[in-house]
Design a protein around this ligand. Structure first.
Ligand SMILES: Cc1ncc(C[n+]2csc(CCOP(=O)(O)OP(=O)(O)O)c2C)c(N)n1
Ligand code: SF4
Ligand SMILES: [Mg+2]
Length: 350
């Protein structure tokens, strides 16, 4: 199928968004992943979110590492900038690009192997620094590309396709992101687009490091009885805490008030409207979120939804006080302070 190019012609009656693009303009190449792989549904959700938010494809930079999950940026946003890094190095390359030009939307796509093993240090520093990005981990509990070894996110006691039991404790990347200081932390399931698309939209509009752990079953190596990442297991144990109804204040005023709804203002003037499913859950309470996640995990449940959001989030540029202009637009006079300024700095260090 990979040799089949998608036709460029679109039907003239396809609906266009506010910036003049059809949903098809946000698609990429034909996927080469296994039929039924959860990762393809996540690509579809990214396409849907970007189209709905009227994001111009050339304003997006998508970066990934190595793995089936990291191949997926080829299958969405075909007209966006893309960079496929070495295994586990997506966060540092993305950080460099973001420091050079803050005007793009940075979308980092990774796998549980890519982020929880070889790239764990990279993941940690991107989260703690508040790099403004949407960081999506397509979490299937295995190294899909290299034929199904347990990854570091596989639950202790889960059983591999050929019967081996995982004896190591699992790394919960969402809990880690919370502990590291990420200001938007969510978990979802590739089989639940109604929940996932608004979470991606919320992450895109968020003003800091946004992390989404998406459980994404690997149909080839981790979709059997005994796996805690199979479609059946996740459907049976998924406990949604809330649902996002994304609302942009510029387009629509928030009018309805109900005890089931929490409105969280975002730095760009938009509002995240959350519909509560668990009545006592407060997604702006970091410690409460950590506690709730541990309690649900101990009960064998997978807590999904917007786990935590900080309405006052700031990005790394604000902390670094860097120039607002993209570095490639600065001329020599702006970049080089001259020998007199350098001499003054050197004198101050003597
Ligand atoms: C430096 C390096 N070490 C190891 C590998 C082999 N390798 C390729 S993909 C991968 C893991 C992929 O797992 P994950 O990130 O979970 O992606 P998935 O395929 O499950 O979506 C590994 C270990 C590699 N490509 N490069
Ligand atoms: S091996 Fe697993 S992760 Fe890779 S494409 Fe197939 S189903 Fe998806
Ligand atoms: Mg994986």
């Amino acid at each position: 199928m990979t040799y089949l190019a998608k036709p460029k012609l679109h039907h003239p009656s396809l609906t266009k968004n506010k910036v003049g693009y059809t949903r098809r303009d946000y698609e990429g190449k034909v996927s080469t992943l296994c039929a039924g792989c959860g990762h393809d549904s996540i690509s579809g959700a990214i396409v849907q979110a970007c189209w709905q938010l009227d994001i111009e494809p050339h304003r997006v930079a998508k970066l990934s590492g190595i793995g089936c999950s990291s191949k997926t940026p080829d299958y969405f946003l075909g007209a966006s900038h893309g960079f496929n890094t070495v295994h586990g190095r997506m966060p540092s390359v993305l950080t460099g690009a973001y420091l050079a030009n803050r005007e793009l939307l940075y979308l980092g796509v990774s796998g549980d192997g890519d982020s929880a093993s070889i790239g764990l240090g990279q993941f940690a520093h991107a989260m703690r620094r508040g790099v403004r990005m949407v960081y999506i981990v397509e979490n299937n509990g295995v190294y899909g590309l290299t034929k199904g070894q347990f990854s570091a996110t596989a639950d202790k006691g889960s059983v591999a396709k050929k019967g081996a039991t995982n004896n190591d404790a699992a790394i919960d990347l969402a809990a880690l992101a919370l502990q590291l200081g990420a200001t938007f932390v969510a978990r979802s399931f590739s089989g639940d687009k109604t929940q996932l698309v608004p979470l991606i939209e919320g992450a895109i509009r968020h003003g800091g490091a946004a992390f989404i752990d998406v459980i994404s079953p690997c149909v080839a190596f981790n979709n059997h009885a005994g796996s805690t990442r199979s479609y059946d297991h996740v459907r049976a144990h998924n406990e949604a805490l809330n649902r996002i109804d994304f609302i942009d204040l510029a387009a629509e005023q928030v009018v309805e008030h109900s005890p089931d709804v929490i409105d969280v203002p975002q730095a760009d003037g938009s509002t995240l409207r959350l519909r509560k499913v668990a009545p006592d859950y407060d997604p702006t309470d970091r410690l409460g979120a950590m506690n709730a996640m541990q309690l649900r995990a101990a009960a064998g449940e997978i807590a999904t939804g917007l786990l935590y959001v900080d309405p006052a989030a700031k990005d790394w540029h604000a902390a670094q006080r860097t120039t607002a202009a993209a570095l490639n637009t600065l001329d020599e006079a702006a970049l080089c302070p001259g020998s007199a300024a350098l001499a003054k700095i050197n004198a101050g260090l003597r």
